[in-house]
Design a protein around this ligand. Structure first.
Ligand code: 3PG
Ligand code: MG
Length: 402
């Protein structure tokens, strides 16, 4: 991959794809609850601006719905709040264009001077951005290419998406990878090539089906797999346990049984929680108690791993030389069900080796506990992207960058 140091950017309009997909407060107030991805994009923006580029940032926020730009824009979310935060963090104005390929974008870009920074509105407001139809995506890419001279891909969290601003646009302009993408890839490569052992992977989060691919592949490289979060219950069900009203993907039970058998055959240790914090419902103040993992009452749902499991997971992490962690152990957004995720985060800070935290939720959890970013080897800005990289998949955004 070419780096931005290979591009002569002075006086050039640089279309810079970032991942500024930050979590917003659930109440709809538009407050950014974790600005980690904006901060992670500051170095490339600063570097380009310092070299005299006219920096035109493209980014997405959420998954807007609608058949036209107008419909999507009406439903939001708009990137305007991100432009404001970015401007505060950069300490310089960030011009905001209310469209992507319309008069506002044209005027905003034309108004930039060397070293100036602009952000275009949510690129997913253009339905063609995420279209499966290559001709539609290419047409949008061609329109975007008219307002830029060069392209820099630095949105690591979105490189697993075959989308116009990620995959099609770099084909049309001289391009390079940004420093964040380069740094993320070099850390993940260490995990796939020759990890120091024991190599322990901790997987949480809600959807088993999203992570089965990566589990299948990780069995070939990891020594130990710790399972928490919503996935736990499909694993417990696969072992024949009652899981009450917990999240359960029935159609994945058989696949999970296959994974357990494969792991046993390969000598990979799969560690499941031994106890569960079981609640009467999905709410911050739901009544709850700790029960054995094999005995979740029929009217209760597991919302976190229990104290024995936290100690067990900490023990299973203590001798690790490489750790990759993706996905919270419970509903950490509710303080009553955050202890499992906190315990894993704290155990990681004690590991003497390379620790990688992947994904928006895990990173946000780490920061919400007040743990310093530098207590971890690397906090990846990509969740799905880092998992797909570890799974051995081809990532369209990296392919496009060469
Ligand atoms: C993410 O948050 O995982 C990335 O920004 C990609 O977003 P997406 O899952 O909506 O494509
Ligand atoms: Mg995602």
């Amino acid at each position: 991959m070419r780096s931005i140091d290979d591009l002569d950017v002075a006086g050039q309009r640089v279309l810079l794809r970032c991942d500024l997909n930050v979590p917003l407060d659930k109440s709809g107030s538009g407050t950014i609850t974790d600005d980690g991805r904006i901060r992670a994009s500051l170095p490339v923006i600063r570097k380009l601006a310092a070299r005299g580029a006219r920096v035109v940032i493209m980014a997405h926020l959420g998954r807007p719905k609608g058949a036209t730009f107008e419909e999507c824009a009406a439903g939001g979310p708009s990137l305007r709040v991100v432009a404001e935060r970015l401007s505060e963090l950069l300490g310089q104005p960030v011009a905001f264009a209310t469209d992507l390929v319309g008069p506002s974008a044209e005027a905003t870009v034309a108004g930039l001077s060397d070293g100036g920074v602009a952000l275009l509105e949510n690129v997913r407001f253009e339905p063609a951005e995420t279209s499966k139809d290559e001709a539609e995506r290419s047409a949008l890419a061609a329109s975007l290419a008219k307002i830029g001279d060069l392209y820099v891909g630095d949105g690591f969290g979105v490189v697993h998406r075959k989308q116009a601003s990620v995959y099609d646009l770099p084909k049309l302009l001289p391009h390079a990878a940004g420093d964040l993408v380069t740094a993320e890839v070099s850390v993940l490569r260490r995990l796939t090539e020759s990890p120091d052992r024991p190599y322990v992977v901790v997987l949480g989060g809600s959807k088993v089906s999203d992570k089965l691919g990566v589990i299948g592949n990780l069995l070939k490289v990891a020594d130990r797999l710790l399972i928490g979060g919503g996935m736990t219950y499909t694993f417990l069900a696969a072992q024949g346990h009652e899981v009450g009203t917990s999240l359960l993907e029935k159609d994945q039970i058989e696949t999970v049984q296959g994974i357990l058998a494969d792991a046993a055959q390969r000598g990979v240790e799969i560690v499941l929680p031994t106890d569960i914090v079981a609640a009467t419902g999905f709410a911050p103040d739901a009544e709850h108690e700790v029960v054995p993992a094999g005995g979740i009452p029929a009217d209760r749902m597991g919302l976190d791993i229990g104290p024995d499991s936290r100690a067990l997971f900490a023990t299973k992490l203590a001798d690790a030389k490489t750790v990759f962690w993706n996905g919270p152990m419970g509903v950490f957004e509710f303080p009553a069900f955050a202890a499992g995720t906190r315990a894993v985060a704290e155990a990681l800070t004690k590991v003497d080796g390379l620790t990688v935290v992947g994904g928006g939720d895990s990173a946000a959890a780490v920061r919400s506990f007040g743990l310093a970013d530098d207590a971890f080897g690397h906090i990846s800005t990509g969740g799905g992207a880092s998992l797909e990289y570890l799974e051995g998949k081809t990532l369209p955004g990296l392919v496009a960058l060469g």
